[in-house]
Design a protein around this ligand. Structure first.
Ligand SMILES: [Cu+2]
Length: 232
């Protein structure tokens, strides 16, 4: 049984592990608080205890339970913090070796992809911009794809569920993030911040393909673009 979409990114497993860790802690807290609420209610019912007890909670034997609960809560918080620190720094920091640089720009209402052009360097004159509804961002598999996230208008959010990557895209800021997809395929990009009436139409894809197929794609994109530039 698969609960999540298939994980195809190098760091996805860490995110999934964190999800389960937090779910287990929250689950235990949920069940035990229900128990603490309901058990005394049943045990000390009015038939057994016609007169209610008045407990102020100041005595040590009562107050110690507050401290125990606090300790357990803080303890699980620190375990989560400790576990998430590694995943967080890994995903937030760009990897030492970037194989491909691309630009991803959100606008109302589409994802725009900017390829670096024949020189492989982003933000230069030969960059090629693709702004088409439902288009795919082509990337090679098993490569570090480093991307610059920008927004042209409002706050959007870039969500690539199969890579376990989600990041708000903020107007006026450029965020550098990355992923490395380990399996060929076509994966959904969705926008996860309500960004206007056609928010739900911001459906694009990441197409992870072999190095050869990727080269073929960029070659034909760049030569088509060079042709267009020459005609101008
Ligand atoms: Cu959006």
């Amino acid at each position: 049984m698969r609960i999540f979409p298939e994980n195809v990114s190098t760091y996805g497993k860490e995110v999934d592990n964190l999800f389960w860790l937090i779910t287990v802690f929250v689950g235990i807290a949920f069940v035990s608080s229900l128990f603490i609420l309901l058990y005394p209610l049943i045990k000390n019912n009015s038939r057994k205890n016609p007169k209610a007890k008045y407990i102020t909670g100041e005595k040590r034997k009562h107050f110690k339970w507050v401290l125990i609960a606090l300790g357990l809560l803080l303890g699980s918080d620190f375990i989560i913090l400790y576990q998430e620190h590694g995943a967080w720094t890994e995903i937030e920091a760009a990897p030492a070796k970037a194989d491909v640089h691309v630009g991803i720009i959100a606008r109302q209402w589409n994802w725009i992809f900017v390829y670096p052009g024949p020189d492989g360097v982003l933000n230069t004159a030969d960059d090629v911009t693709v702004d088409e509804m439902n288009s795919s961002l082509h990337v090679p598999v098993n490569k570090n794809i480093v991307f610059e996230l920008r927004s042209q208008d409002v706050i959007h959010s870039f969500f690539l569920a199969n890579a376990r990557f989600k990041q708000d895209v903020l107007p006026g800021r450029t965020l550098v993030r990355w992923f490395n997809i380990t399996k060929e395929g076509k994966y959904d990009i969705s926008c996860t911040q309500i960004c206007g009436v056609l928010h739900s139409k911001m459906r694009n894809f990441v197409l992870a393909e072999s190095a050869d197929a990727y080269k073929h794609f960029t070659d034909s994109l760049y030569s088509a673009h060079a042709g267009k530039m020459a005609f101008k």
